[in-house]
Design a protein around this ligand. Structure first.
Ligand code: FAD
Length: 451
């Protein structure tokens, strides 16, 4: 039987970055991926997001792996949200201070880069190798290759970065006292596109994340380097007037888009074809604990899949890799149980916090951003941040543009939210927001923190 030092399940974004970290620690690293090699042209996204937003926590982890500069060339900065109302009027809400941005990147291209870099370092990548089962008593993997042959592989260490439907987690589920919770939300998503204009340009501002918030549903769009945009339509599956179940033919698609997203509709020539060709995918939140059993560990979406409304799933998974590597650096490569125990203890409260924030942010994205008061609220918080940069940091900034533990960001964000709710309840706030007693708002915050 083949014997591995370390086996990583899944070569998605998290598994491939982790394999780079582990190889750099001098280990013999083997990655098993059930899909074919996506660098060979047969790759299908299978309804997973085509492009995604990379932010500070992700950059931090990439920088430590020496990859920041290479990845930067694949990205497009988005400095804020561009909100489209039902009449096609737009308004811009910056994400942070001037120059702060989140970065749009193609999932497929990014994954290819990480796999290339891993292979250059000497990571053994096995594509078309599906992990069928993991025996946690003997540390044996049962793997089927692309020809259908099965083999058993022993591994000292097993790390499951095999996503929301993890095979390693399935094996852990059979253990006593393993907690597991999964929740599908009411909404699903479908990816669509806005191609470049006839003269080969972006059809909208490329340096923004575009949102068409419509209460119980929304459309968003992120730019791609080929001057197209990938749009994601989030709708309830059923039970509402506008829902996937009620869109049955091209007439329905046209009617929904003309009514609610008319400015986007005009620049989506392939809409009707794409709508029926592209899959409708579900959105899941997964929490489980413990994440380890002896020398096996879950990481990334396998341990904490979240809904995508804070744009943090991948960033959080990259931060997992960063933190795990710090522990390996501290305790060495012969103390895996200790490293894994410390990792899950440190990290669980933070991933719980970001899973919760991701759920809550859905409401903000699809509904609140279209309220003129939301813009005022953001302006007041930006002013507070510029006056007291250390004492008042908007929640979005703490999550997206800092490496503060998510649980601390969550706690501070909740205190700030209460104070801001009070500030916003003044009937004249739209007129006098600039003349507020900002020092008093900070005083309220200090008082709340002291309790
Ligand atoms: C619509 C949408 C938009 C998103 N946008 C963002 C965003 O803007 N920013 C952000 O940070 N995050 C975003 N996310 C979240 C992000 O996609 C995930 O958090 C991230 O991809 C998790 O990476 P992973 O490597 O843990 O899992 P995955 O990407 O799921 O990778 C798991 C890998 O394991 C392989 N695998 C699975 N089972 C097996 C098996 N039995 N044997 C072998 N291999 C196996 C799979 O083929 C896959 O390659 C979004 C998610 C969605 C759904």
């Amino acid at each position: 039987m083949k014997k591995n030092e370390i086996s990583i399940l899944g070569s998605g974004l998290i598994g491939s970055l982790l394999s780079i970290y582990m190889k750099k620690r001098g280990l013999d690293v083997n990655v098993y991926e059930k899909r074919p090699d996506n660098r060979k042209g047969q790759y299908q996204e299978e309804g997973r997001s085509i492009n995604m937003a990379l932010s500070d926590r992700g950059w931090n982890a990439l920088e430590k792996a020496g990859l920041k500069e290479k990845v930067l060339t694949l990205t497009i900065p988005m400095y804020g949200r561009k909100i489209h109302d039902e009449h096609g009027k737009t308004s811009f809400i910056p994400y942070g201070k001037e120059g702060q941005a989140i970065y749009s990147i193609s999932r497929g291209r990014f994954n290819q880069l990480l796999v290339d870099e891993a292979e250059k370092l000497g990571v053994n990548m096995f594509f078309g190798h599906k992990v069928e089962d993991v025996d946690l008593r003997t540390n044996e993997l049962t793997i089927t290759d692309a020809n259908g042959s099965q083999e058993k592989i022993f591994s000292n260490v097993i790390i499951g970065s095999d996503g929301a439907y993890s095979a390693l987690r399935n094996a852990m589920l059979k253990q006593v006292r393993f907690n597991y919770k999964q929740e599908y939300i009411t909404h699903g998503y479908k990816e669509l596109s806005i191609p470049p204009t006839e003269d080969g340009e972006f059809a909208m501002d490329p340096n923004a994340l575009h949102i068409w918030p419509r209460g119980s549903f929304m459309l968003i769009a992120l730019p791609n380097p080929n001057k197209s945009f990938t749009c994601t339509l989030f709708l309830p599956f059923d039970g509402e007037r506008v829902c996937f179940e009620n869109i049955r033919d091209e007439k329905d698609v046209t009617s929904i888009f003309e009514t609610y997203f008319d400015d986007a509709y005009k620049i989506m020539p392939n809409l009707k074809e794409e709508y029926f060709k592209n899959p409708t995918s579900a959105l899941i939140n997964i929490e489980c604990y413990p994440w380890m059993l002896k020398s096996a560990l879950l990481i990334g979406d396998a341990s904490h899949a979240m809904v995508p409304f804070y744009g943090q799933g991948m960033n959080c998974g990259f931060e997992d890799c960063f933190i795990l590597d710090e522990l390996v650096e501290k305790f060495g490569t012969n103390a895996w149980e200790l490293v894994f125990a410390k990792f899950q203890k440190k990290r669980k409260k933070d991933t719980d916090a970001i899973c919760q924030l991701a759920m809550e942010n859905f409401e903000e994205m699809r509904n609140e951003v279209s309220d003129p008061k939301f813009l005022i609220r953001k302006k007041i918080e930006a002013k507070l941040h510029s006056l007291y940069p250390k004492d008042w940091i908007p929640l979005y900034t703490m999550v997206t543009f800092s490496n503060m533990p998510y649980s601390e960001a969550y706690a501070q964000g909740k205190l700030q939210e209460k104070i801001m709710d009070k500030v916003m309840s003044s009937p004249l706030i739209s007129q006098n927001w600039d003349k507020l007693d900002y020092e008093d708002i900070l005083y309220q915050m200090d008082k709340a923190k002291a309790v």
